[in-house]
Design a protein around this ligand. Structure first.
Ligand code: G6P
Length: 362
C-alpha cells in the first residue's frame, strides 16, 4: 500500500518511493474512473476548466517541472492556452491576465509559501483556483476553490519522485476530462494508456543494476554534468538534472539541445558526462546531432532513448508508451541514476544538506 510509511526492507525512502510509482499510477486510475471505465472528475472542476479561457499553472521545484509537462498536456488534449510559472517569480512580473483565467497550483505538500503567496494574491483579485496536491487538507488545498488529489501516499524523501509522476498523471486526466466536456473526439484513452505506463514503470524499476552501472561509469568522479533534450524531453531533463543536484551535489544543468551551442558548450571538457534524452521522432536527428557535437569536444555522452527510435549502442532504452505520457516513464531512469550517484558518493539520499521537504518561508 502506497500509504505505508515504513521503509520496510528498503535502504532509503527515495528508492521505495521510486518503486511505488506503478502502484500510485494504478491508484490514480482507480480513483478517477467511473463505473464505465471513463475518466470522471468533479463537475465543479469540469465547469471551472470549461469556463477558463487561459490557464496559469503556478508551482515550485519538481512540481514546476510537472507543470511544464502539464502545459503541454492541457494544450494538446484540451486545446486551452496554458502558461506555467515559477511561484516565487510570478508576482514580480505578473503576465497580463486573461478575462476568465483559472489558476492551477501544483504542490506535493500543499504548504509551499511561494505558491501560497500567489494563491492569496489571485484570490484577492477574485480569480478561481484549483490545487493539485498530495495532501488534501493542506493550506493550498483549503484556500483554493477546488482540489485534485494525486493519491501518491506520503512522500518522505526530500527529493520528489512519485509525487512528480502522479502530478503529471492527474494533469493528463484533467486535460482529458476538459476535452470531453468540450465535445472533442479523442484518440487517446488515458485509462488504458496509464495502465501501460504503470507496467512500463515496473519494467524500468526492475533495471536497477543497469542504472546503477551507468551512475558508476558516468558520475563517480565528475564535478559537473549536463542533461539535454528537446521538446517534451527538455522538460524531463530539467527534472533529471534537479534530482541529481539535489541528492548527489554534482553540479547538473538541464538544457534544450539547441541552446547548448549558445554558450553552455564552452563548459564541455574531456570526460564531461552529458545525458541526452531521445524519445521523439521529430527531434531524434537534432538531439543526436547535439550528442555528436559534445562528443567531438570530448564529452562522455549517455543516450537514453525510446524503443524503436534507439540506436544499437544507446546506453539505455525505455519501452514505448503513448507520446503524451512519455515523461512519466523517462524520468524513472533519471531518478534511479541520481539515486545511485548519491549512494556511491555516500550522500544522505533521503535528507540532502540544505534542503527541506516543504519550504514554508518565502
Ligand atoms: C521543496 C522540495 C522540492 C519540491 C519543492 C516544491 O524545495 O525540496 O522537492 O519540489 O519544495 O514543493 P511542493 O510541496 O510545493 O511540491
Amino acid at each position: 500500500d502506497a500509504s505505508d510509511i515504513e521503509k520496510g526492507t528498503y535502504p532509503h525512502y527515495m528508492l521505495k518511493e521510486i518503486d511505488e510509482q506503478p502502484l500510485v499510477i494504478r491508484n490514480i486510475i482507480s480513483k478517477y474512473q467511473d463505473e464505465n471505465g471513463q475518466v470522471k472528475l468533479d463537475e465543479e472542476i469540469r465547469h471551472a476548466m470549461n469556463a477558463a479561457d487561459r490557464i496559469y499553472i503556478i508551482a515550485a521545484g519538481t512540481s514546476y517541472n510537472a507543470g511544464l509537462v502539464g502545459k503541454q498536456l492541457i494544450e494538446s488534449i484540451a486545446k486551452k492556452p496554458v502558461e506555467t510559472h515559477i511561484a516565487s517569480e510570478f508576482l514580480y512580473n505578473m503576465p497580463l491576465i486573461s478575462k476568465n483565467p483559472l489558476f492551477i497550483f501544483i504542490s506535493q505538500s500543499g504548504e509551499t509559501a511561494d505558491s501560497r503567496g500567489v494563491l492569496v494574491a489571485v484570490k484577492k483579485l477574485g480569480y478561481p483556483a484549483l490545487t493539485i496536491t498530495n495532501v488534501p487538507g493542506s493550506t493550498l488545498s483549503r484556500e483554493a476553490d477546488y482540489t485534485l488529489h494525486t493519491y501518491g501516499g506520503p512522500e518522505i524523501a526530500v527529493a520528489s519522485t512519485k509525487a512528480y509522476t502522479a502530478q503529471m498523471a492527474v494533469l493528463s486526466l484533467l486535460a482529458v476530462d476538459s476535452a470531453k466536456a468540450q465535445g472533442f473526439e479523442l484518440d487517446f484513452d488515458p485509462i488504458k494508456e496509464l495502465s501501460i505506463v504503470a507496467t512500463v514503470m515496473e519494467t524500468l524499476c526492475d533495471q536497477k543494476e543497469a542504472l546503477e552501472k551507468i551512475a558508476r561509469d558516468y558520475l563517480s568522479v565528475t564535478r559537473n554534468c549536463f542533461f539535454i533534450g528537446r521538446a517534451s524531453d527538455y522538460y524531463v531533463v530539467l527534472e533529471g538534472a534537479l534530482k541529481l543536484k539535489e541528492i548527489s551535489y554534482i553540479q547538473a544543468e538541464g538544457f534544450a539541445g539547441g541552446e547548448l551551442k549558445h554558450g553552455t558548450i564552452a563548459l564541455i571538457e574531456k570526460g564531461t558526462p552529458v545525458f541526452a534524452l531521445a524519445t521523439q521522432e521529430h527531434v531524434n536527428l537534432s538531439i543526436r546531432g547535439n550528442v555528436k557535437e559534445v562528443a567531438a569536444r570530448g564529452a562522455s555522452p549517455c543516450i537514453i532513448s525510446l524503443e524503436g527510435l534507439n540506436a544499437e549502442d544507446d546506453q539505455f532504452v525505455v519501452p514505448k508508451v503513448h507520446e503524451y505520457l512519455t515523461p512519466l516513464v523517462t524520468v524513472i531512469p533519471m531518478q534511479l541514476i541520481a539515486y545511485y550517484a548519491a549512494l556511491h558518493r555516500d550522500c544522505d539520499v533521503d535528507k540532502p544538506r540544505n534542503l527541506a521537504k516543504s519550504v514554508t518561508v518565502e
